[in-house]
Write a protein that binds this ligand. Sequence first.
Ligand code: HEM
Length: 385
Amino acid sequence: MAAVASAHSPTSLLSQPYWYRCLPADTDVHRLDRGLFAVTGNAAVQEALAHPLIVADHPLKASARAFGPNVLDADGPGHRAFRALLAPVLSAGRIAEYKRALIPGLVRGLVDSIAGVETDRFHDAYAHRVPYGIVCTILGIDASLENRFHRLTRPLARLLDYPTQETDETHANVTELLRLIEEQRRSEAAGAQSLLERIEWTRDRKGISLTDSEVRSTALLFFLAGTETSSAFITSLVYCMGRGVFDLGELRDEAVRDAWIEEVLRLYPPVQTIVRFAGDDLTVQGVTVPRHSAVLVSVAGANRDPRLFEHPDRFDIGRSTKGSIPFAVGAHSCPGAMLAKTEFSLLVEELVHRCSEVVVTRDRLAMESQSFSHPTDFSVEFRTR
Ligand code: HEM
């Protein structure tokens, strides 16, 4: 099978936010280069993500090298053990508790600081506050360290991109974050409810065999997965609110609000591309993918597949989002989806309560990054009553 004839090299192709659009429409499984495949249509993406021979673990994966063994880069029983460690902090009961006692204060704090403000730095200065507040609390990290964790964590998104950007900075940041997590574990701040305590308790109670360093890597991965995804998506929420031509008051209704959030998730999934590997020779949609190939799975392409979503690039709050997969599918599907949706619903509720209008006042129509993607280079004004 010949590689896709394209005006772009794989590297320049993949650096474009909507790279899947540049590929021929006659197949959903594309050979981009030797040992490099891309999967784009909705059915093909779902098949690839659930495929038993398409694996997450690979010795050359930058995230595995940087973080050490962790949930995102494991398969089979090892992966299930990591998931079992995280389950207690993301249970429905715990989320109900966060919804009642934790998230409302964080959401009010954010909306207090943006009400009446026009900013061109929403993502850098504001979007992270609620997600970092939530995940630091879950991890038992002292609130005074939130900004430091934020500064160190944000560049790590590059480790999940393809082609990856592994630098001295990303390695130094991982080392420093693991040190801080260990330090917090020993401090007063990490109470009995902290993620680390919980992980260790679950490990010992369920007899899961994981080393202390694997426990720390799990905590760090949880931190990255729970903060930068949500920060990126909160930027997309605000952007769509600011560009939409509708009465904000409509979003007071919980069902309308949740449908609106689902449509933003369909159009702006923060994880646009997932990197996997062929564990053996296999086929996806009948196309042969040789063993050891990298397989780039386009969540963005799946969510804008015209065979499933009419006028897929159009924002349409009335449409069914069935088949939209912003949280992926299969063994690695996001365990934080329910927490994330709770967070977003409370934030939008507070924004429409406090603001008469949210307006994008300047827009260069630019998108940032593959792993934690969001609109960038725009200004937004939060007008109050
Ligand atoms: C907009 C918000 C979010 C989106 C769109 C999202 C999306 C995703 C996706 C697509 C994956 C699969 C990645 C892969 O297979 O390589 C994933 C994994 C994961 N997410 Fe989320 N996520 C969000 C928020 C959260 C939150 C709030 C948490 C926890 C507090 C979280 C924790 C995780 C973890 C631990 C994994 C790894 C699961 C595994 O490998 O088995 N995520 N997420």
